[in-house]
Design a protein. Sequence first.
Length: 121
Amino acid sequence: MISLICIICPVGCDLSVENDAVMGNACPRGAVYALEEARAPKRVVTATCALAEEPPEKSRNLPAVRRVPVKTLSPCPKEQIADLLSDLYRLRVALPVKIGDPVITDWRGTGITVAVSRTLP
Ligand code: SF4
């Protein structure tokens, strides 16, 4: 049996899953969440990527921007997060970038896209 707190809404029901039966959920969304957590947990991944080169001259007076924030557009299986982060930390991103620009598409055939989460000139 696994126990977890539902994070789908602010109520935060105490859930438990045993033999594919969910207990403690006040609505069906909690059951879907609990079964996914029990069978194949996934997480949206956020990270930062290094710049391909030094920031342009005009950026030097702004707060230091040395990395580009990125996030996955869909959840990544938990067991693959370390590999995804490893790939992201090796990546070099060239400025300028706009929020939503993809830096990785269909990562390792999973269909996961990683996109920029902040516009940087
Ligand atoms: S089970 Fe339903 S009511 Fe309870 S926290 Fe999850 S979404 Fe909210």
